[in-house]
Ligand binder design. Structure first.
Ligand code: NAD
Length: 493
């Protein structure tokens, strides 16, 4: 058993073989295609990974269909719950190994993967294990020649889960746990940058007792494996988390066969600090809101709205914290800011910083790329002050450790500015005035609002977006609706 972050940093990691996971077996991809996943902190290759093509995706879908028509389709709801619980136990017994694997693949600090990512995945597995035998229909008060009418909640069928690279294990579990709890079979395509923990998880699901085909994993590119999944006529539902741009493509592709869709997309979330807030807490919230997870967080509080009268004081507190945040080896238990996931991502973030400067923002801290021993896609934590809400850095998702600070003077003004975005994923409100907090929370167009807090997630609370941040919800009981069809049954005399 683990002793925490120090043990995780030294854990023995098992890399999955360069194979697809189909029908509870490692399967050679058609044509033997592989790609190599890298450690973004060292630029070193980690291991080869199989790349699925359209034929492989079809094999996985057929395995999922066979599972639904066989042992998995006959598994009782209570047994599905037991299996999910057993999987959670297995993940827990491998917590250090999975944490290190996530850190090596993604570049996030081991402190985060050991204390947030893997525990969060375990918790979500157990949450949905609890739901498995509590998904019920209703009896209906219909008129006519009936003795009874009722609804059934049934699995949708084969679910395609497509996930991004920023929280690889958690995003996987947020999809597969409710999908499996409801009796669906899953074909999962993880992001190419970070496929490793999903492959290990699938292997553990087989060890936990999930029958062949209940969970299949087909790593590969979005353009090949992703497109094939979305186009496949026997996939009933696509649950996608990723960029708004790819979400749009998926929506179009899914229209052809009228697939059910859940889209969790990008964000540009406002974090609003009123002058009457506890400014120490707000500065800490603004800091974790943008720098947690390297800012590669869909709900990152990337627009900090500060009431003008406390702007200078808040900036001082924020700067005091930010100055101490130095990018470091993600494997070091003391590191709190790791490497961005790839060179492309690091360069894209740098490009936004330049764009911000060009538009007149002032770099109050950071702004430069960093390397460790000449390697890695690190970036200084960056504060851009004097930003206007209509600048590119306040409108586009940067997806890195870059905060745009925007002063305001009135409540109505800040609500309008906060809502002036194509996105609507999350928001933060910092104030000691209870009435104002609830009033602003109600008026913000966002799927999640944190009051005097930021970046908190719980399996019981639905998570998802307004506007172009997507539709449908993950987590909570709401996710169960996304993975079931409702059937009305009338019983005549
Ligand atoms: P991305 O959209 O580039 O890729 C996401 C996944 O989709 C990957 O597995 C990718 O291979 C696949 N994909 C790409 N093109 C595809 C296609 N044409 N058809 C099918 N699949 C395809 O996103 P990313 O760069 O991996 O992740 C970052 C983005 O994800 C950010 O925009 C972020 O805001 C978003 N995100 C949202 C949430 C949320 O819950 N709302 C959570 C995490 C990340």
């Amino acid at each position: 058993m683990s002793t925490g972050v120090a043990a995780a940093a030294q854990a023995e990691v098992r890399f999955p073989p360069p194979r697809l996971w189909i029908g509870n077996e490692w399967v050679e991809p058609e044509g033997g295609s592989v790609f190599v996943t890298e450690n973004p902190a060292t630029e070193e290759p980690l291991c080869p990974v199989a790349a699925a093509g359209a034929g492989d995706v079809d094999r996985a879908v057929q395995a999922a269909r066979a599972a639904l028509g066989g042992a998995w389709g006959e598994t009782s709801p209570r047994e599905r719950g037991r299996l999910l619980w057993r999987l959670a136990d297995l993940v827990e017994s491998h917590i250090d190994e999975l944490a290190l694997l996530e850190t090596l693949d993604n570049g996030k600090p081991i402190f985060e993967s050991r204390y947030v990512d893997v525990p969060g995945a375990i918790e979500a597995l157990r949450y949905y294990a609890g739901w498995a035998d509590k998904v019920t229909g209703r009896t209906l008060p219909v008129e006519g020649p009936f003795v009874l009418a009722y609804t059934l909640r049934q699995p949708v069928g084969v679910v395609a889960a497509i996930t991004p690279w920023n929280f690889p294990l958690i995003q996987t579990v947020w999809k597969i746990a409710p999908a499996l709890a409801c009796g669906n079979a899953v074909v999962h395509k993880p992001a190419s940058y970070t496929p490793l923990t999903a492959l290990r998880l699938a292997e553990m699901a087989a060890a936990a007792g999930f029958p062949p085909g209940a969970l299949n994993v087909v790593p590969g590119s979005g353009s090949a494996a992703g497109t094939a999944l979305v186009a496949h006529p026997q996939v009933a539902k696509v649950s996608f988390t990723g960029s708004t741009e790819v979400g749009r493509t998926i929506l179009r592709g899914a229209a052809e066969t009228i697939k059910r869709i859940t889209l969790e997309l990008g964000g540009k979330s406002p974090n609003i600090v009123f002058a009457d807030a506890d400014l120490d807490a707000a500065a800490k919230g603004a800091y974790t809101g943008i720098f947690y997870g390297k800012g590669e967080v869909c709900a990152a509080g990337s627009r900090l709205f500060v009431e003008e009268t406390v702007h200078a004081e808040l900036m001082e507190k924020l700067l005091a914290r930010t100055r101490r945040l130095v990018p470091g080896d993600p494997r070091d238990p003391r590191t709190r800011l790791g490497a961005l996931v790839s060179r492309t991502q690091r360069d894209s973030v740098l490009h936004y910083i330049e764009e911000g400067k060009r538009e007149g923002a002032r770099v109050a801290w950071g702004g430069e790329a960093v390397s460790i021993d000449g390697k890695g896609w690190f970036l200084q934590p960056t504060l851009l002050d004097g930003v206007h809400n209509d600048m590119v850095v306040a409108q586009e998702e940067i997806f890195g450790p870059v905060l745009a600070v925007i002063p305001f003077t009135r409540v109505d003004e800040v609500v309008e500015l906060a809502n002036a975005s194509i996105y609507g994923l999350a928001a933060g409100v910092w104030t000691r005035d209870v009435g104002k907090a609830h009033d602003v929370a109600r008026r913000l167009q966002a799927g999640t609002v944190w009051i005097n807090q930021y970046n908190w997630y719980d399996s019981a609370a639905p998570f998802g977006g307004f506007k172009q941040s997507g539709f449908g919800r993950e987590l909570g009981r709401e996710a169960l609706d996304a993975y079931t069809e409702v059937k009305s049954v009338y019983v005549g005399r």
